[in-house]
Design a protein around this ligand. Structure first.
Ligand code: UDP
Length: 480
């Protein structure tokens, strides 16, 4: 019987950190495996960067992208609910719209892939009788930790952060209490219960795709597949298919001024500073960071988003709503004194293009996993400045396991990192002997990442296996 072209449905939750890898995964399925792909994007409704990213990523238009308008969830979340609760409730409420949108598609779907916040939509795959997968746009240690959380939930008494001992995850690096993911910080908050549910649902699909690669996390991936270690937890096949990132040169509109300036700087001399799409700093921390950069006398590009300057409240959904007067939130005279030494970029920076520029030699990052991978794949060492979500876990992985980052003594999410320490940390990565070692290590990983993605490489192979499984399921139950 003739089997038609596979048609994968991808579902992305709001947030650039989820949207970008989902768009790129879709493109890879089209270009490497001749899939037809429809991507449903649940929009945050507040970020102009989202639609710009969809536009620039889909030129040429390889996938059909359909935006599902945000739903009003105000009556469904507790007043003190945080980001994860907002995201998961929004993804739950979007299900009817998603179901009816899928049923109107001209080409019937053959597989559903949801991101980590979309696991409740897996039931829709049952209704359409198609296989279902979860794409976790982060690393293997995160998934090992997360699927173990329901066990921790039973045995740990009191708050996780108050525990004296590290959390032992079978066969994997233990996690420190201070590094647990954001929803685990308060076990009474709605977002903890939502996260606990997600942790159980991650394993309910026909497979888990991860934005990592075999060689980067070989021992964690081996542990995850070992029945002796994780036998009590249901685990579908795991496909490490990363790094899945936007290609360099695709960050959208480029400011000629910024890149002309970068072109004039010496090789690997510039530190890029950014806290991702949602990271915010208090005004006090902004001041210390500005002084720290100035004291270091290293060249820098600082992506200061206006909301960061204005609100400092850690909100994920607020973007670009601040005022215009940047200088009022920076130390007096900072912009004048650092003229020539550094560039302050407002709002959205063309990050992948900055990190791939040969003049950039360090990245002070909030450690969002996309940012971390963009740094690694461009051979740029990092200063880890984790703020929220799973960023503290990422920072521990990057510094202690992979050896591609340094971090401050005090966790930035716990207190103010002073100007002297920032100055010293920047020097550690940009000038000291320690920095040379880290730079060599990150360049090694950059090559390993390229190998993993190339034909015959581990991630290429893993994505091929994944697509083969979808083709096989189509042969078993061909569409009418
Ligand atoms: N990004 C960008 N310009 C910015 C801020 C972020 O291009 O000014 C991109 C960045 O390159 C990355 C994504 O947005 O691909 C952010 O994802 P990440 O996982 O690093 O962090 P999140 O924003 O989800 O916390």
């Amino acid at each position: 019987m003739e089997v038609s072209k596979p048609h994968a449905i991808l579902l992305s939750s709001p947030g650039m950190g989820h949207l970008i890898p989902m768009l790129e995964l879709g493109k890879r399925l089209v270009t490497l495996h001749s899939f037809e792909v429809t991507i449903f994007v649940v929009s945050s409704g507040t970020s102009p960067a989202e639609s710009q990213t969809i536009q620039s990523s889909m030129s040429p238009k390889l996938c059909q992208v359909i935006e599902l308008p945000p739903v009003d969830i105000s009556s469904l979340v507790e007043s003190k609910a945080k980001v994860v609760a907002n995201l998961t409730v929004m993804m739950r409420e979007i299900k009817p719209a998603l179901r009816s949108a899928i049923s109107t598609l001209k080409v019937p779907p053959t597989a559903l892939i949801v991101d980590l916040f979309g696991t409740e939509a897996l039931v829709i795959a049952h209704e359409f009788k198609i296989p279902k997968y979860v794409f976790i746009p982060t690393h293997a240690w995160f998934i090992a930790f997360s699927i173990y959380v329901p066990i921790l939930d039973k045995v740990v008494k009191g708050e996780y952060v108050d525990q004296k001992e590290d959390f032992v995850i079978p066969g994997c690096r233990p996690a420190r209490p201070e590094d647990v993911v954001e929803p685990m910080l308060d076990r009474t908050n709605q977002q903890y219960y939502e996260y606990l549910r997600m942790c159980k649902e991650f394993t309910m699909g026909d497979g888990i795709l991860l934005n990592t690669w075999e060689e980067l996390e070989s021992s964690t991936l081996a542990a995850l597949r070992d029945d002796k270690l994780f036998g009590d937890i249901n685990r579908p096949p795991i496909y490490p298919v990363g790094p899945i990132l936007r290609p360099n040169g695709s960050a959208g509109s480029r400011s000629h001024e910024l890149f002309d300036w970068l072109d004039r700087q010496p090789s690997e001399s510039v530190v890029y500073v950014s806290f991702g799409s949602g990271g915010t700093l208090s005004n006090e921390q902004m001041t210390e960071l500005a002084w720290g950069l100035e004291l270091s006398q290293r060249r820098f590009i600082w992506a200061v988003r206006q909301s960061t300057v204005r609100t400092g409240d850690g909100s994920f959904f607020i973007t670009g709503k601040g005022g215009d007067d940047l200088s009022s939130n920076l130390p007096e005279g900072f912009l004048i004194r650092t003229q020539g030494l550094g560039v302050v970029v407002r709002d959205w920076a063309p990050q992948v293009d900055i990190l791939s520029h040969p003049s950039v030699g360090g990245f002070l990052s909030h450690c969002g996993w996309n940012s971390a991978l963009e740094s690694v794949t461009n051979g740029v060492p990092m200063i880890a400045w984790p703020l929220y979500a799973e960023q503290r876990l990422n920072a521990a992985l990057l510094t202690e396991e992979l050896g591609v980052a340094v971090r401050s003594k005090i966790l930035p999410s716990k207190g103010i990192v002073g100007r002297e320490e920032i100055n010293m940390t920047v020097r550690r990565i940009m000038a000291d002997e320690e920095g040379h070692g880290i730079r060599a290590r990150v360049k090694e990983l950059k090559h390993k990442a390229e190998e993993a993605l190339s034909e015959g490489g581990s991630s290429y192979h893993s994505l091929s296996q994944f697509t083969q499984n979808i083709l096989m399921s189509m042969q078993k139950s061909p569409s009418p």
